[in-house]
Write a protein of this length. Structure first.
Length: 103
């Protein structure tokens, strides 16, 4: 009778440990998710290089985002394609040759 109680108690302790572990993992996952959400919220519309708020701009009629601090430029998924198709030889060439002349 006493022996059985001891085993019951042990079993209960193991069970509690198990549920504690499950709970802890769920809480960790929740925290991770919240943290991820906060990071996304904080980085929204921010330059990934310097953290400055990026500003909407246009280049040859194509909308783009530019960082006023470091000059980084972000294009939407189709914008580079649109730009390249507009005058594929000139603007890319100009860009690269401008870089060469500076160097
Ligand atoms: Zn920047």
């Amino acid at each position: 009778m006493v022996m059985k109680d001891v085993w019951d108690e042990r079993e209960k302790a193991f069970e509690n440990q198990y549920f504690r572990d499950v709970e802890r993992k769920q809480i960790e996952a929740m925290k991770e998710k919240m943290h991820e959400g906060q990071i996304r919220e904080l980085c929204k519309n921010r330059c990934p290089k310097c953290g400055e708020e990026i500003q909407a701009s246009t280049f040859r009629g194509v909308p783009l985002d530019q960082c006023p601090s470091c000059g980084g430029i972000w294009l939407g998924p189709n914008d580079l394609k649109i730009l390249a198709e507009k005058d594929h030889r000139t603007w890319f060439d100009n860009w690269f040759h401008a870089g060469e002349n500076q160097g």
